[in-house]
Ligand binder design. Structure first.
Ligand SMILES: [Zn+2]
Ligand SMILES: [Zn+2]
Length: 359
């Protein structure tokens, strides 16, 4: 901690219980060995934050400052930290031990003692946050503005799903659900050189998918995924189900040809009856995906963010911390979010336009 650090408390969005989220002053603790004090520039609000707010604690340990999708600037460092003060960073959020078997194999998202900043320990819906250096990526040279960097963590979730699927150039993919993760998934899948069919109930989301490079779109409900693929004459290699709905999964399974890879990205709430014998004979590959592997996926996510100059169609407006419940979490729970991704700037008192163009 530098001796002249001006602030001792910070404003933070703290979840105390389901339905009880308070923006309050919290003490800033000095960073310990291996830890970094980050001044948060912007923090995304996620579907899992909405779940914790409405019916938590599901994954959270309360009380906790929410926020696992943030970008900021290093303000002070603890002993042994290499990141320089002033560095621009994005946070991966997932804290892994580095020594268990999955960690040793680079699968840090499967760490046996995995914890997430913003769920089990305090996160970045605050002016300041202290996190381990190991979950921060130095993006000082990326040339991207903070609001765009605020999209890095959800993008890395998409990057990980694509990497898990094995999707490669020249292949065809279906993505069912173009929401908070699905939109990033369209971008990440198209970036591999694959041809993508995007499926969603919302015409606006389908227009966005087309902007992100989807070669074809289909309005859910108007035709089945199977019918749309037949019409296009595509035999798809990978099917991503992102909506998490039973109906979406049923459509994906109906559309899958023998040899297909099926990735249920959206988490199914209920149990799904599985005709496993049928799947065996069709040689389906069913692939799980969770969070992201920091060392590989987060740098790639930042690279992919740099491939577009304007992300306003994903996050157009940035909200103040005071708006997190009424203008971010509650609309999300009603399915009425105006934006694909809602960003919070802890340093403003009124909404402002997002700034995405580098400069
Ligand atoms: Zn998230
Ligand atoms: Zn581990």
């Amino acid at each position: 901690m530098t001796p002249d650090t001006p602030l001792t408390t910070t404003r933070a969005a703290v979840l105390h219980a389901a339905g009880d989220l308070r923006v309050e002053e919290r003490e800033i603790r000095p960073p310990g060995p291996g830890e970094v004090l980050v001044r948060v520039s912007v923090c995304g609000v996620c579907g899992s934050d909405a779940t914790e707010f409405s019916r938590g604690p599901v994954l959270t340990v309360l009380p906790v400052t929410l926020g696992h999708e943030f970008a900021g600037v290093v303000e002070a460092v603890g002993e042994g930290v290499r990141l320089p003060v002033g560095a621009s960073v994005v946070c991966g959020a997932g804290i892994s031990c580095g020594t268990c078997k999955p960690c040793r194999n680079g699968r840090t998202n499967l760490c046996r003692s995995y914890r997430t900043a913003g769920l089990q320990v305090d996160g970045g819906l605050a002016g300041h946050v202290v996190v381990p250096e190991s979950i921060l990526l130095d993006v000082s040279d990326a040339g991207l503005p903070p609001d765009t960097l605020g999209l890095a963590q959800p993008m890395s979730i998409a990057v990980h799903a694509v990497s898990r699927s094995g999707l490669t150039a020249g292949q065809d993919a279906v993505i069912v659900g173009v929401g908070g993760i699905g939109a990033f998934l369209v971008h990440a899948a198209v970036a591999t050189g694959a041809r993508v069919l995007a499926v969603d109930r919302s015409p606006e989301r389908l227009a966005l998918a087309a902007t992100l490079g989807a070669a074809a779109t289909s309005e859910a409900g108007s035709a089945s995924v199977r019918e749309r693929l037949d019409e296009l004459g595509w035999e798809v290699d990978v099917l991503f189900e992102v909506s998490g709905s039973a109906a979406g999964l049923a459509e994906v399974l109906e559309a899958a040809q023998p040899g297909a890879t099926i990735v249920p990205v959206g988490i199914q709430r209920g149990d799904v009856e599985v005709p496993l014998g049928h799947w065996t004979l069709r040689e389906y590959l069913i692939v799980g995906t969770v969070a992201h592997a920091f060392a590989e996926d987060l740098p790639r996510a930042v690279e992919l963010l740099g491939a577009r100059t304007d992300w306003s169609d994903i996050a157009e407006e940035v909200l103040p911390l005071s708006g997190v419940v009424a203008d971010a979490l509650e609309p999300m729970l009603r399915g009425a979010s105006r934006q694909v991704k809602t960003l919070i700037d802890p340093w403003i008192d009124a909404p402002r336009p997002a700034v995405h163009a580098a400069g």
